[in-house]
Design a binder for this molecule. Structure first.
Ligand SMILES: [Zn+2]
Length: 135
């Protein structure tokens, strides 16, 4: 597993992306994809809001699944907190949500060692947010 203790930004073809900027973009993407609705309790939190989080199933310190859309869901503060305290239940919920084959692939990606192309990932999510019909 790969960790991100020191990586602050990435650069390719003159495009510089800060990790925190990609995190914000990814958060916006996940909550938009999930219609600003907590995926566990169903409560809607229209933007702009701080009450709806994007929650990772596998912790975000693992680079290969940090910006993986299968690894994140929009959750309200209470449900995020609940899953933090009941991780096995979070895993079961996630497996039901995306189906067993996708969950297995996600788990394999989580266990792999490698680096994410941060710039390409940022460009991808920026494009997804601009073209909702392609989601
Ligand atoms: Zn909730």
């Amino acid at each position: 597993m790969e960790y991100l203790p020191h990586l602050r930004h990435a650069e390719a073809d003159g495009v510089k992306i800060h990790i925190s900027a990609l995190d914000r973009l990814f958060s916006q993407y996940i909550r938009t994809r999930d219609h600003w609705t907590c995926q566990r309790c169903g409560k809607v939190h229209p933007p702009p809001t701080m009450a709806l989080h994007y929650a990772h199933t596998y912790k975000r310190r693992h680079q290969l699944t940090r910006w993986d859309a299968d690894n994140a869901d929009a959750l309200c503060y209470g449900c995020h907190q609940y899953f933090e305290e009941h991780w096995p239940e979070h895993l079961t919920w996630k497996r039901q949500r995306i189906g067993h084959p996708r969950f297995q692939r996600l788990t394999r990606r989580h266990q792999m060692v490698g680096r994410v192309d941060v710039v390409a990932t940022a460009l991808y999510y920026r494009q997804q947010l601009q073209s909702p019909e392609r989601r």
